[in-house]
Design a binder for this molecule. Structure first.
Ligand code: ZN
Length: 359
């Protein structure tokens, strides 16, 4: 299969990614409708990379005084940007998503608003406020527990999802919001998968059998996610992809923390600069290994892209920003994926799940 043909397939396909943090830059006052310095995403580069859309996350700070108030404000500001910027399409309904898929190749970029970390959500009616503001994906936790769900990487507080958590999940599903178990602890993820009535996603995680990290999914969880009709978006962050990189990253982070430096998860932060200077990049083939293992365990209908672009400070060699996405298509084709499977992984799977969950 020639590079030109695969490039064409990539640009013709509806490419839809499970998670990006472009909103962090937008909410900090930058304008991603034009070319931005550094980072991974802006509208011109998304067009060049054949990126037709994705879940655009509004990050919730668990330490904020009023996290729900802040995240509602972030969702409102992102929504205004999406509604007012030519070339951006806000996805609120299944019809919006299907229209965006039909317009694939037009250069428009579709955005479904997600909330990363349900901090401040204390009861089901709080989910209505997020929904009314325009959010359609709820990532239950970020790096801290909520009062009703445990996050990964910390000693458990609840041992999974509490009864309140179950009611919050049920409310989100009833409204037509997709539940996202990335960042959840294993026990929380399992409880969500068992309680859910609709397909669930893991928007930006990797595969624990390839790299043992708490942010990644075990084969068991991957199988259960697939059995429930869900999708894993494979994350491009080097520290989740590769155990040796992860150890180096944690050592640098701890050292800088001791020195009192800022711990921003951005390439332009002090941490980002130190990681770039001190650690050897993860080979591109490691990212493909995660895709291959996920596809082997869950099936090609249950795997997608979960870039985490603009939210991570190190990506594999050769994957510098969104313009390098066609390299993933080429790499997966080399490993024997059919054209149909490539289109599913590039965006068809997220399209199917989101269209079935959105009202
Ligand atoms: Zn995240």
């Amino acid at each position: 299969m020639g590079v030109t043909r695969l490039n064409q397939l990539h640009h013709d396909a509806f490419v839809f990614d499970g998670h990006n943090d472009l909103a962090l830059r937008l909410l900090a006052g930058e304008d991603p409708s034009g070319r931005l310095q550094g980072g991974h995403l802006d509208l011109p580069r998304m067009r060049e990379g054949g990126f037709d859309g994705g879940i655009f996350a509004v990050w919730s700070d668990p330490d904020a005084d009023r996290p729900l108030h802040d995240v509602l404000d972030g969702v409102a500001r992102l929504r205004v940007f999406l509604e007012e910027t030519p070339g951006m399409r806000l996805v609120l309904t299944a019809d919006d998503l299907e229209a965006a898929a039909a317009a694939s190749g037009s250069g428009d970029v579709a955005a479904l608003i997600g909330v990363e970390g349900a901090y401040g959500v204390e009861e089901p009616s709080d989910v209505d406020r997020l929904y009314d503001a325009g959010a359609r994906c709820l990532t239950l936790t970020w790096m801290a527990h909520t009062p009703w769900a445990d996050a990964s990487g910390l000693p458990p507080a609840h041992g999974g999802l509490t009864d309140v958590g179950r009611r919050i999940l049920a409310r989100a599903e009833k409204l037509g919001m997709v539940a996202d178990i990335s960042h959840s602890s294993d026990a929380t993820a399992r409880d969500v998968l068992r309680a859910a009535q609709r397909p669930v996603i893991a928007s930006h995680s990797d595969v624990r059998a390839v790299a043992d990290h708490h942010r990644n999914l075990s084969d068991d969880l991957l199988e259960e996610l697939a059995a429930r009709g869900g999708v894993l978006g494979v994350n491009f962050f080097s520290a989740y992809l590769d155990e040796s990189f992860s150890r180096g990253y944690e050592a640098i982070r701890e050292r800088l923390e001791r020195e009192g430096a800022d711990d921003a998860f951005q390439p332009r932060s002090e941490l980002g600069r130190a990681v770039a200077a001190e650690l050897k990049p993860v080979p591109f083939s490691r990212l493909l290994e995660h895709f291959r293992r996920a596809i082997a365990v869950a099936g090609p209908e249950h795997v997608g892209l979960g870039s985490d672009f603009d939210g991570v400070l190190a990506t594999p060699e050769g994957l510098d920003d969104v313009r390098d996405l066609p390299k993933i298509t080429a790499g997966l084709a080399e490993h024997g994926l059919t054209d149909e499977e490539l289109r599913s992984v590039l965006g068809g799977n997220f399209r199917r799940v989101l269209s079935s969950v959105l009202s």
